[in-house]
Ligand binder design. Structure first.
Ligand code: ADP
Length: 193
């Protein structure tokens, strides 16, 4: 099974992708996580991405498309995967369609998590607080200023994908304001249908 989780920053894509991947034996592919790992490791991609990510902007399409096409080619992805944070632009979506087509496969579903904008800032500030309380370092982009840029990027670049996948008959929408476990149950229910 090949799925995409779509939604604004803070919608809960990462949280849901992680538990769904475990329940279904799928691989979670988060471009945000991969880029953060590249920043931490100080690779060339990481050096290019660091300042863009910190400000809340989008990393260039060719960079993330390259990362995903390499990752999808690895054997553990043969069983299926959940994309979380990719695609984020129409160009990335078209590249993904082409990539899957070249492997003779297709996307099964695109699940949109719908969350009120007002809730997003609270969730992101809460995530930063919890990370600090646990003795960790919060994400460089989990603050009010970067969130504004991330939200703008979402509305400008990513939200057109809702129409793109609706037109493909793949879009399913879920209420991301529900408690985490309930969102998970709703995802399971729609995948079972
Ligand atoms: P969130 O969805 O919570 O904002 P992510 O962890 O998915 O966070 O992504 C963090 C940052 O990584 C983004 O703000 C962006 O700079 C970069 N990024 C991740 N995925 C992509 C992508 N597909 N295209 C461009 N930039 C990306």
């Amino acid at each position: 099974m090949k799925l995409i989780l779509l939604g604004p920053p803070g919608a809960g894509k990462g949280t849901q992708a992680e538990t769904l991947a475990k329940r279904r034996g799928l691989v979670q592919l988060s471009t945000g996580e991969m880029l953060r790992a590249a920043v931490k490791a100080g690779t060339e991609i990481g050096r290019k991405a660091e300042a863009i990510m910190k400000s809340g902007g989008l990393v260039p399409d060719d960079v993330v498309i390259g990362i995903i096409s390499d990752r999808i080619a690895e054997p553990d992805c043969a069983n299926g995967f959940i994309l979380d944070g990719f695609p984020r632009t129409l160009k990335q979506a078209a590249a993904l369609d082409q990539l899957l087509d070249s492997k003779g496969t297709i996307l099964d579903a695109v699940i949109e998590l719908k969350v009120d904008d007002d809730a997003l800032l609270a969730r992101i500030e809460n995530r930063a607080r919890e990370t600090i309380a646990a003795g960790g370092t919060p994400r460089a982009d989990d603050n009010a200023e970067a969130l504004k840029t991330r939200l703008m990027a979402y509305y400008k670049e990513t939200s057109p994908l809702i129409g793109y996948y609706f037109a493909q008959g793949k879009l399913q929408t879920i209420d991301g304001m529900a408690p985490i476990a309930e969102v998970g149950r709703q995802i399971d229910a729609l995948l079972a249908a």
